[in-house]
Design a protein around this ligand. Structure first.
Ligand code: ATP
Length: 307
């Protein structure tokens, strides 16, 4: 057993490494505790493992009282469904996802998961049901193994290795001087942007949440890395409710449904081909704008669609 399960002092070791990686840690906790006034309601219950049906009904929200961002947003995502949120910058896509995590409180309407108002669930149990993959990967000074294990403290070596494999990180790790024991961070091996993202994906495989938020990277990765990551993300989203904040056509093509968000409302929804066929449609316009700007991204998208 000792061989397969990380002893408890390993967890302490992970926690002790935080001070060295404090910049990242502070950024991370700042992110999680954006609003310290958001706390568990009296009688809030443990979510347990949710199925992951997400619904927004009549959701209103603004960061400042005089500037509404969401004006009665309705949106329903079935358990296991992948929905891409597209729309102009500032439309409210990130805000929609932040509200599901309860980084902020809605000012009107409600968000439910499996029919339960998220305010009736404890914050910790709600968030333990949600995985986030974003551009900003939080790494701390420590081994690759510990950094992956952060997805679920106490995971066994075998589970960590499996998560790395599913995230297509195993090849990278095999090429490192000490494999899983390689120290990364400021004083250790520096990971590339694509490797960091794969590490983030490995963490989520380990965490295994029913709900996933993909805040898509906007930074340029080479095409091959991008494809590998897209494949890992597609695997990761299998069987999970997935909200993708999509900036690229490649990810959108994987979605079961695309929602065009504008001014805090869903203005169009449908499948990729269906939306593209709508003469004068918003999605079609956004698509044309993007393909005009970035021909190589279109190539990726078309390739993905063809497959
Ligand atoms: P992008 O595609 O550029 O990421 P988005 O659709 O995700 O945009 P949001 O990030 O949700 O849009 O932003 C919606 C609006 O809310 C914008 O006008 C933005 O400036 C504002 N906003 C976002 N975060 C905050 C914040 N923490 N405080 C105040 N205003 C914010």
């Amino acid at each position: 057993v000792g061989v397969f399960f990380r002893p408890i002092d390993k967890i302490n070791a992970i926690i002790e490494t935080y001070p060295r990686g404090i910049a990242g840690f502070q950024r991370y906790t700042a992110f999680l505790d954006t609003r310290p006034d958001i706390a568990d309601r009296e009688g809030a219950r443990d979510a347990g493992r949710l199925k992951g049906e997400v619904a927004y009904s009549g959701v209103r929200f603004g960061y400042a009282a005089d500037r509404p961002i969401l004006n009665g947003l309705d949106l329903c995502v079935r358990a296991g469904e992948t929905v891409a949120l597209v729309g102009p910058s500032g439309a409210g896509k990130t805000t929609i996802c932040s509200l599901l995590l309860r980084f902020y409180e809605v000012t009107g309407g409600a968000i439910t998961v499996d029919g339960i108002d998220i305010r009736d669930l404890t914050l910790a149990s709600l968030r333990s049901n949600i995985g986030i993959v974003s551009q900003d990967v939080f790494l701390f000074a420590g081994t690759i193994r510990d950094n992956i294990a952060y997805g679920r403290l106490g995971a066994s070596d075998a589970e960590i290795a499996e998560a790395a494999r599913r995230a297509r990180l195993d090849g990278v790790i095999a090429a490192l001087p000490d494999g899983f024991d390689t120290v990364i961070g400021e004083r250790g091996v520096k990971l590339s942007g694509g490797q960091k993202q794969r590490l983030a994906i490995a963490r989520i495989f380990l965490k295994n949440p029913p709900i996933l938020i993909l805040d898509e990277a906007t930074s340029a990765l080479d095409t091959e890395t991008e494809r590998a990551i897209q494949r890992s993300l597609a695997d990761l989203s299998q069987g999970r409710t997935t909200l993708v904040i999509a900036h690229r056509l490649a990810t959108i093509a994987h979605a079961d449904r695309i929602l065009v968000v504008e001014d805090g409302r869903v203005t169009e929804e449908g499948g990729h081909a269906d939306l593209l066929s709508r003469e004068g449609g918003r999605y079609r316009q956004l698509h044309e704008a993007q393909t005009g700007d970035a021909p190589h991204r279109l190539a990726i998208a078309n390739d993905t669609i063809a497959n």
